[in-house]
Design a protein around this ligand. Structure first.
Ligand SMILES: NC(=O)CC[C@H](N)C(=O)O
Length: 303
């Protein structure tokens, strides 16, 4: 099947869904994004890139950054992080507080906010600049040195961070942070505020479809580590809708409240979609539908 024709087709068939769902509105900058936008990009392991719709428009990657932070922590010090974070689906919203207390300050997985705060804390200990490390990885892997932080989003996130601050303080009270709460929060907020396009994201994620091998041919992750990140993306990457995502798309995926999703076809390609309208679990409605159509029509799923 011709991938470019397929992506152009998906842009057409997804049109009636644009505007469905709710654009994230916990900060005004996300709430103001035009809900009628949709982009899709595919980056293959052998270096081809296909794009359609608004694939070149930069957007706030939000929780998609959690995948790259985890990759860097696994690359930096192996399996130690799993003593501090579980790897089970939470079945709860991404910013839930209740489970964390019931489970003594060990977050359910690295892709809900509590778990991501622990991962960012570890990355801060390893690198001294967690957000900078994520940014460097994204720039190097995408080849786009223009990727950066949306300062207005970051400032607004910081002013509306009471819930994440509560999670971080609770983690600290359980002895599950190594750095001061404010330093961890600052880095977490900055990594959520990174801005890039579908095409940049698909290309930057390619190591997840290439057994951990980076664009320069060196290994960021071993093949088993890459398998494990993809497995956790499948079971936890779309929060309390991970079962529905697996059912419809059949691929490891990670979403963000900016409306982006990355999905991985192991040993083949990455697919990145973006459309700002979110379903109730915080995943892009049109994005999930587009990935469903992509895997259903190509047969490119892990099942
Ligand atoms: N799911 C998300 O994308 C959440 C990211 C958001 N900045 C938060 O921390 O609440």
């Amino acid at each position: 099947m011709d991938i470019q024709n397929l992506l152009d087709d998906i842009v057409g068939s997804i049109r009636p869904r644009l505007g469905q769902g709710e654009v994230a509105s916990y900060i005004p900058q996300l709430g103001a994004v035009d809900a009628g936008q949709f982009g899709i990009s595919v980056a293959t392991g052998d270096g081809e890139v296909y794009a359609a719709g608004d694939a070149a428009v930069p957007f706030s990657i939000q929780s998609i950054s959690k995948v790259f932070a985890l990759a860097l922590v696994l690359a930096g010090d192996g399996d130690g992080i799993w003593k501090r974070v579980f790897r089970e689906p939470s079945g709860n919203p991404f910013n839930s507080l209740v489970q964390l207390e019931l489970e003594d300050g060990i977050p359910r997985n690295p892709f809900i906010n509590a778990g991501a705060l622990v991962v960012t804390d570890r990355l801060l200990s390893i690198t001294g600049d967690a957000c900078g490390a994520v940014l460097n990885l994204l720039r190097q892997e995408s080849g786009n040195s223009g990727i950066g932080i949306d300062a207005v989003v970051a400032e607004s996130e910081a002013r509306n961070s009471n819930r994440n601050a509560a999670l971080a303080h609770f983690l600290a009270s359980c002895g599950n942070l190594e750095n001061p709460v404010q330093d961890v929060l600052d880095n977490y907020i900055l990594q959520c505020s990174l801005e890039m396009s579908c095409t940049d994201l698909a290309v930057a994620s390619r190591f997840l479809a290439s057994n951990g091998v980076r664009v320069d041919g060196t290994a960021l992750l071993s093949s088993p580590q890459t398998k494990r990140i993809n497995a956790v993306m499948l079971t936890c990457g779309t929060y309390d809708a991970a079962g529905e995502f697996a059912y419809r798309v059949g691929l490891p995926g990670k979403s963000g409240v900016g409306g982006g999703i990355i999905a991985v076809v192991p040993n083949n390609c990455t697919v990145s979609v973006w459309s700002p309208g979110l379903g109730k679990s915080g995943n892009s409605v049109a994005g999930v539908a587009a990935l469903d159509e992509f895997t259903t029509r190509t047969g490119l799923s892990i099942f």
